[in-house]
Write a protein that binds this ligand. Structure first.
Ligand SMILES: [Zn+2]
Length: 460
């Protein structure tokens, strides 16, 4: 049995039993919480924070897209811009990235995730091969780059190598930037084994799962084969993000994409349905009852003009959700929850839409995102309770957004008025990676990122 090597004292903490004053959290050498106990401030020798919260998991990220921020916001000469015109820019961009670029971008994005208050991330990793589609000499090269970035930054990684097998529902061949994604079933299984090994080598708490990119990119036979082959692990898929995607599936399969998925695959607790933006009322009820987590990425969905998720009906039906930073155009768990709530307010011409009567909106959203994120990553985290990974954040009570607030109002203040500057400390599985708002290796990781980014921008 490992002894307590580290401990944290908080003046206020959101524990599994609710808000408590003067709390001492101890961890074992592996990074799991051993005890959450009351203690007086005077008796404590522990590291001290003002406010201690369980940290969210970022359930959806493509880290390489972090370096595209600012490159896709000019109106195209051709006319109307959309997700699909953005995708062309993204394909051209990824085609110039080499392994060192991908590792440097991932490392910096992971630093920003940690500094903004995420302790862990599910990386939906789909660039596997060289430009043009030739595999690297080592098939798992780019998965290992992502794992190395996680190891260097201390973030808790759930690596999701992506299966991408066709260019559309009609089975057309991959083209252009997509050539870097492609594998047939056998090579995907081989690559997944290498990715799992790389993830498990990154840290003791790292996880692994499988991600068929979408119904467009994986046909029915292969989707079913993946579901069968990789039993019991996280299973993530993009779905119902865009109307044209739903229309493409409707034309080919005779059903909307979400209805088709629910009718043909055993969607359950291990599934994470990324976006789920456009659902009918019936689909909303069915997904809420399936046990799957909906993976919402409100900042990216706003940036890409995807549409507005029907959060009010979905939460009323008891549906689980978590948030992801997806394109990483802006990385901030508090701002994702704000954007989610504001999308509903703007649509419904209403206020405080996603909490039950008399309940704090910030607390409601934060609790849901903690549970959904942990479930989606297959990670034992999401609450300050013995046995969980010590994924925790400290908030600074002197931050202007939090001044004078206590209890649930702290979450309302952080989510609706604050940002990453309120985050003083972050632990991922007990690793104290952010202190006084800065990642322990920010300077070196930023310097490498700046050099690589300058080189990338010369090639764009
Ligand atoms: Zn995505």
């Amino acid at each position: 049995m490992s002894g307590a090597t580290k401990s944290v004292f908080a003046s206020q903490a959101l524990t599994a039993e609710g808000w408590k004053d003067n709390v001492h959290v101890s961890m074992d050498t592996a990074g799991r919480i051993i005890a959450v106990e009351p203690e007086s401030a005077a008796d404590s020798n522990a590291y001290t924070v003002d406010i201690l919260l369980p940290a969210q998991s970022n359930l959806h990220s493509h880290t390489f897209q972090r370096a595209m921020a600012g490159l896709s916001e000019a109106r195209s000469p051709a006319g109307r811009d959309s997700f699909w015109t953005w995708r062309e820019i993204m394909y051209r961009f990824l085609d110039i990235l080499g392994p060192e670029d991908i590792e440097a971008i991932a490392s910096f994005a992971f630093v920003e995730m940690l500094e903004s208050g995420y302790s862990s991330v599910a990386e939906f990793h789909y660039v596997h091969h060289q430009p043009g589609g030739q595999p690297y000499d080592h098939l798992g090269e780019l998965s290992e780059r992502i794992a190395a970035a996680a190891s260097a930054t201390g973030i808790g990684l759930t690596l999701l190598p992506v299966a991408y097998m066709q260019g559309g529902v009609d089975g057309r061949a991959l083209a252009g930037g997509q050539l870097r994604f492609g594998n047939d079933f056998e090579r995907y299984v081989e690559l997944a084994q290498l990715a799992e090994k790389a993830a498990k080598n990154a840290s003791v708490d790292a996880g692994f799962g499988v991600a068929p990119h979408s119904i467009r990119a994986v046909n029915e036979r292969d989707l079913k084969a993946l579901e069968q082959h990789f039993q019991g692990m996280p299973f993530h898929i993009h779905i119902a993000e865009q109307i044209p995607e739903i229309e493409e599936v409707l034309a080919a399969y005779g059903q909307r994409s979400m209805s088709w998925l629910l009718d043909h695959l055993p969607v359950n607790e291990r599934w994470c349905l990324i976006h789920s933006t456009h659902m009918t009322s019936e689909e909303t009820s069915r997904v809420a009852a399936s046990g799957a987590v909906v993976g919402l990425c409100p900042i990216t969905e706003a940036n890409l003009g995807d549409g507005i998720f029907n959060g009010v009906n979905y939460l009323n039906a008891g549906g689980p959700f978590g948030t992801g930073s997806d394109s990483n155009i802006r990385i901030s768990p508090s701002e994702e929850l704000r954007q989610l709530e504001y999308s509903q307010r703007l649509r419904d011409v209403s206020r405080v839409t996603l909490s039950a009567a008399g309940k704090s909106c910030g607390r409601t959203l934060y609790d849901a995102a903690l549970a959904g994120g942990a479930q989606a990553l297959g990670r034992e985290s999401g609450s300050l309770a013995p046995g969980k990974w010590a994924d925790m954040i400290g908030l600074d009570v002197e931050n202007a957004a939090l001044l004078g607030l206590t209890g649930d109002r702290l979450l309302d203040g952080w989510i609706f008025a604050g940002d990453r500057q309120a985050v003083s400390d972050v632990w991922s599985a007990g690793r104290h990676v952010v202190h006084e708002g800065r990642h322990r290796d920010r300077a070196a990781i930023f310097a490498t990122y700046r050099t690589r980014l300058a080189s990338i921008l010369e090639r764009v």
